[in-house]
Design a protein around this ligand. Structure first.
Ligand SMILES: *Cc1c(COP(=O)(O)O)cnc(C)c1O
Length: 410
């Protein structure tokens, strides 16, 4: 039905302009959004949608959260960007709060998630040379198959996704890939030159892949015993998304390095950070690393306000309860096209049977039902709404999912 809608409706002029003047590196759903409030989005025709994607978890607090918008506006009018050539009155309090909430010693602010991961890679390698004594130029980092850590050339170089790499080499060497969720394989890949293991506690872009229980605890134990840093990428899973402040908290694991991003910007700005143990962060000295915009007063004010909102509104606890309701509702549909409902908190993936409509077509049908989300990896529909979502809104999403499956012939 949506294919017909595609073929007959004249494309919106805003879509035409993007097509004419933009790069073709995304395949958005054919909707032009003009306004957002809380869990709701409105398109150019005034139609309302429930946001079940929250910009890949960047909008965990909902669109236009009043406290965050107020922090943004107030700070923007006072002082926004200074560069790190000077101190500002906003950065210190933000870094302190970040460290207190995550249990890490030090924080280095960046902007995008990919930059935070690049920062982690640099810190890990230098720690490997200066502290562990790895011979110059030989440091290696173990990563998991199915990883997603951003789109820079070094990061796509260790992706196991062919399309992310194709045409973009040559790539930086020094990465070893192991299957995700297999602790024995992880240990076997660690050699004398390994400085770090980089893991997502739950792989988001790979299709909401939750590792077996105990995997992260085993990874922690292996890294400690073998003298290797455990660096966890919580850019998508962190800040309440999975029902705890960090997804690592489910297994009581404290990493040596941690990346945060997405929701850290309150859904208003790009704000990311690399956090670490003191001796790891101590590898950076003046001139080693930096970012023109990283840690600017505006980002620091909004980031601090975002952390306050997460705590004050109990968003991790709400995500835990809402995630249970969402997954229980989807499983209760007992639909033959639904092969698996998996996830943690409000990071949920619905795996569709391979002979059913593609996840993309199901997302188009969901859009017709007033729910916006995106497919990941062909057969998985991602459901990751703002953490402020109310129970009745979750029930609306579940009912819309049932209708969308029916519309796709199920
Ligand atoms: C989104 C994401 C990134 C990259 O963040 P950008 O802000 O898009 O650069 C890195 N790691 C994980 C786990 C992510 O989900």
């Amino acid at each position: 039905m949506n294919d017909r809608l595609h073929a007959t409706a004249a494309p919106h002029p805003a879509i035409e302009l993007e097509r004419r003047w933009g790069a073709d590196n995304y395949h958005p759903l054919p909707v032009v959004l003009t306004r957002g409030e809380g869990v709701w989005l409105w398109d150019s025709a005034g139609r309302r949608y429930l946001d079940m994607m929250s910009a890949y978890s960047a909008v965990s607090f909902g669109h236009g959260h009043p406290a965050l918008v107020a922090a943004l506006v107030e700070q923007a009018g006072r002082l926004a960007v200074t560069s790190r050539a000077f101190h500002s009155d906003r950065l210190g309090p933000f870094l302190e709060r970040l460290c207190m909430l995550t249990g890490m010693d030090r924080a280095l602010p960046m902007n995008s998630g990919a930059e935070a991961v690049e920062t982690a890679l640099k810190a890990a390698r230098k720690w490997g040379y200066k502290v562990k004594g790895i011979a110059a130029g030989r440091a290696r980092i173990v990563v998991a198959a199915g990883n997603f850590a951003g789109r820079t050339t070094t990061i796509v170089g260790f992706s196991s996704e062919a399309q992310y790499r194709d045409g973009f080499g040559p790539f930086a060497p020094g990465f070893d890939t192991v299957p995700f969720g297999d602790a024995a394989a992880l240990e076997a890949a660690i050699g004398d030159d390994t400085c770090a293991v980089l893991l997502e506690p739950i792989q988001g872009e790979a299709g909401i892949v939750v590792p077996p229980p105990g995997y992260l605890r085993a990874a922690r134990e292996i890294c400690t015993r073998r003298g290797v840093l455990l660096i966890c990428d919580e850019i998508q899973t962190g800040l309440g998304r999975t029902g705890r402040r960090l997804a690592l908290d489910h297994e009581g694991v404290v990493p040596d390095g941690l990346t945060l991003g997405k929701a850290l910007g309150g859904g208003l700005l790009p704000v990311s950070a690399f956090l670490a143990r003191a001796d790891v962060m101590a590898q950076f000295t003046p001139g080693d690393h930096g970012s023109t915009f990283g840690g600017n007063p505006l980002a620091a004010a909004v980031g601090l306000a975002a952390l306050d909102v997460m705590e004050r509104e109990g968003l991790a606890e709400r995500a835990a309860a809402s995630g249970e309701r969402l997954m229980a509702g989807l499983r209760a549909l007992a639909h033959p096209a639904v092969r698996e409902v998996r996830g943690r908190g409000l990071l949920v993936g619905v795996e569709l049977a391979p002979d059913f409509a593609s996840a993309r077509v199901v997302c188009e049908a969901l859009m017709a039902e007033g729910v916006l989300t995106k497919d990941t990896h062909g057969t998985v529909v991602r459901l990751a709404p703002p953490l402020v979502i109310a129970p009745a809104q979750i029930d609306f999403a579940v009912a819309a999912f049932a209708s969308a499956l029916r519309a796709c012939g199920g």
